[in-house]
Design a protein around this ligand. Structure first.
Ligand code: SF4
Length: 751
């Protein structure tokens, strides 16, 4: 019998590692998935989530038609009816109360989806609501803020050059399970092994002995939420022992003296009782960093989701700068992304920098950062009457009921909305409150390019994937759905010509390019560039424009044999653009043209840190931290059988000493209570957790009525965000405090 089997290649869109996948397909079926050995970036690596992508494609619970609420029930309708419903529900609210009455929440999958990434902005710009929220404020915004203040753009995040590094210090990061975050580094385990085999060392600082900590050369337990103290102790030692050596960065850095003054009060002896790491160990870390030939400090989610998230994120790079390891091969370097990177736009080496606090939230008065307010403020903005009250909500690929603090309060607030629209592929704990749900396609029916993760990559590369399966003709792609919503909020109506809207977006971007003196197409006719982009439409037209006007681009004929989307399409395994290179001063976009090592916004928070030297000492109560597992991805992949099987990972990890003191046995059920709520969860007694700390993974709690997640509901787990306090924020960035939550733990009474 003749076979119709074909091999297709696809960048995995499920996490930041962006592995190249090789799929064997037969008609509309995926027969096998494996890592693409020839992929220039990931060289064949694949994790269990990537292998499960076919189950996501085939998941019978995944929505394939829009749903509209009628008489309290969500019922399938035609796309035309769904868009008409959006218009009839949403626009009267805008007309009566203004655009700020409509909030938008963007979930984490937005950055993994080309359509959502490029066209979500069109919707936000057209709506012009100040009420924008996203998963960034339960995740990485402290790091982006620190990077923006120091280097001039929110995506100027320097990443470890792991292939040439000799000493890697990681705080609050578990790349063996997360596969890297704000650091796109597929096959981290092999790269770490290679570092160790060439004589390098890796030290992990974490309140848990994570899988990464277990394979590191040294693991240090740290009291949750105190990374800034440890890092200040290291900075203090660098100055105290005359180990500061900026080398090449000396002439490119402002503020070294201010940093030295700020660190004065934080001697290792002073911070040791707070962070739980002995003073001698802190001094030794500083010496190891300073004396290593090439060293990198990397901090991730544990350092962001805490009371001093911005401070800790800033100090990570202060350590890298003071030891001369920032912008050094083998240290931390700024990737040179092929397109979309703000630190490749405009005049090299100087820019406007970043601004925050251009507006303040209505109820709590919290400043905007990166154009958004903390998602922990969303419930109060819905609940609190008055001018500017949020009355409608658009969620895009997000499940804030499970992923943001005090999900019970947020869910209750959603019930009071006059209108809620969700773009989502699942009927989940958030979208069950929606009036209209507009589903996207399977990831295998979409093309793919990573506009964001190429900016955090361990190596420069460009890759583009065509859809594995042709998109269905009777359903809009997500960029088309977003354009339809954009047309509605623009007042053009649900029946507007979205092709014309797409042309308008492309034309605007071409005009920006030709009027930019730094662009290779400066001064050329927009019509000529648009003609060269034809017949591409939608996201791929914008990708082609970004690539061709980017640092490796062909400049539309100016630079021969350089990058274009057509060239990428001829290279299904991607185009390698080489190892990371030093980029300072060219990569800087600060007004001074220098690294701002002592941003006033962050220094103003040092006094709060200093006050904690006295008040933060441990009082014997338990604190909660989160954790990540390889088979989970926030809240949205628990419905795939391949990932849901195996042992239950939604357990409360408790140290044996604490378990004995409280009277908890392994497998028993504990009641965990915090200020905002309580949960009951099975106990896992383990020495992998620090005494005084308990840990619960996030993203679970699939036991709500009215959802359609049949696999996830079998073993729903508990929602850790029922314990997270929506009033507890890092005041600099607005990020929620999810690590170091004070909790009371006791045996659950039998029901
Ligand atoms: S590591 Fe991430 S990108 Fe790679 S296969 Fe797994 S989920 Fe996909």
């Amino acid at each position: 019998m003749a076979t119709t089997r074909e091999i297709k290649y696809r960048i995995c869109p499920l996490c930041e590692a962006t592995c190249g996948l090789e799929l064997v397909v037969d008609g509309r079926e995926v027969v096998a998935v494996r890592g693409d050995d020839a992929d220039v970036f990931s060289q064949g690596f694949i994790c269990p989530k990537g292998a499960a992508i076919t189950q996501l494609d085939q998941d019978p619970d995944r929505l394939r038609e829009p749903l509209v609420r009628r008489n309290g029930s969500l019922l399938p309708v035609s796309w035309d009816d769904a868009f008409a419903e959006v218009e009839s529900r949403l626009m009267p609210i805008v007309a009566r109360h203004g655009a700020d009455a409509v909030a938008v929440y963007l979930g984490n999958p937005n950055v993994h989806n080309l359509s959502l990434m490029l066209y979500g902005q069109a919707l936000l710009r057209t709506l012009r609501s100040k009420n924008v929220y996203s998963a960034s404020t339960v995740d990485q915004i402290p790091k982006q803020l620190a990077a923006g203040l120091m280097f001039g753009t929110f995506t100027s995040v320097a990443v470890p050059d792991i292939e040439r590094c000799d000493f890697l210090l990681m705080l609050g990061a578990n790349p063996l399970d997360s596969n890297g975050s704000l650091w796109t580094v597929p096959n981290f385990p092999a790269r770490l092994r290679a570092l160790q085999q060439r004589g390098g060392r890796c030290v992990v600082v974490d309140p848990r002995r994570s899988r990464t900590a277990a394979v590191a050369d040294q693991h240090l337990f740290i009291v949750p939420g105190t990374d800034a103290y440890l890092l200040m102790g290291i900075v203090h030692t660098l100055f105290d022992e005359d180990l500061v050596a900026l080398d090449r960065l000396t002439t490119h850095t402002n503020g070294v003296e201010e940093v030295a003054a700020s660190a004065k009060a934080f001697s290792p002896a002073a911070v040791a009782p707070v962070c739980g790491i002995p003073a001698d160990t802190i001094r030794q870390l500083a010496r190891d960093l300073a004396r290593a030939r090439r060293a990198a400090v990397y901090g991730r989610i544990g350092t962001c989701t805490q009371a001093f998230g911005t401070m800790a994120s800033w100090l990570v790079d202060v350590c890298n700068v003071l030891t001369g390891n920032l912008d050094r091969e083998g240290g931390v370097l700024f990737p040179l992304a092929p397109g979309f990177a703000a630190n490749t736009h405009g005049e090299p080496g100087v820019g406007r920098g970043v601004r925050t606090g251009r507006r303040y939230s209505r109820v709590r008065g919290v400043p905007e950062v990166m154009g958004e307010f903390p998602c922990a403020c969303l419930a109060e903005e819905i609940e609190t009457p008055g001018e500017g009250q949020v009355r409608a909500l658009i969620t895009i690929a997000g499940n804030p009921v499970l992923s943001t603090p005090n999900g019970v309060r947020l869910a209750r607030a959603f019930q009071s909305l006059e209108c809620m629209i969700s773009l989502d592929i699942y009927l989940n704990e958030t979208t069950r409150h929606a009036d209209v749900i507009l589903p996207g396609l399977s990831p295998l029916e979409e093309n793919h390019y990573d506009p964001v993760f190429t900016q955090f990559a361990y190596r420069n590369a460009a890759r583009f994937s065509r859809p594995v399966f042709a998109p269905p003709t009777n359903r809009p792609q997500e960029w088309q759905t977003l354009l339809r919503l954009t047309a509605i909020v623009a007042g053009q109506g649900a029946g507007a010509d979205i092709g014309a809207l797409d042309d308008f977006i492309a034309t605007t971007q071409v005009q920006n390019a030709v009027s930019n003196p730094r662009s290779p197409v400066h001064g050329r006719e927009p019509g000529e560039i648009l003609a060269a982009l034809a017949p591409r439409r939608g996201p791929e037209r914008l990708v082609d424009l970004a690539l061709r006007t980017g640092p490796y681009g062909d400049g539309f004929g100016v630079r021969r044999d350089r990058l274009s989307l057509a060239q990428l399409e001829e290279h299904p395994h991607g185009v390698d653009l080489g190892p990371l290179q030093p980029r300072i001063p060219e990569s800087l976009r600060t007004p001074s043209g220098k690294i701002e090592l002592a941003p006033p916004t962050i220094l103003a928070d040092v006094e709060r840190l200093r006050a904690g030297l006295v008040t933060s000492q441990r009082n014997g109560s338990l604190v909660l931290v989160g954790r990540r597992h390889l088979r989970t991805n926030n809240s949205w992949m628990h419905n795939l059988p391949l990932l849901a099987r195996g042992r239950n990972v939604c357990t409360l990890q408790v140290h044996p000493d604490d378990a004995a003191r409280i009277g908890l046995a392994d497998g028993a059920v504990a009641r965990v209570a915090a200020r905002v709520g309580s949960v009951e969860v099975p106990v896992e007694v383990t020495e992998a957790i620090m005494p005084g700390v308990v840990s619960l993974p996030h993203g679970f709690g699939h036991d709500q009525p009215g959802t359609r997640l049949s696999i996830a509901a079998v073993r729903p787990g508990v929602n850790s965000n029922l314990l997270a306090d929506e009033l507890a924020l890092d005041p600099v960035s607005g990020n929620a405090i999810l690590n170091g939550i004070p909790v009371h733990v006791e045996p659950a009474r039998p029901h």
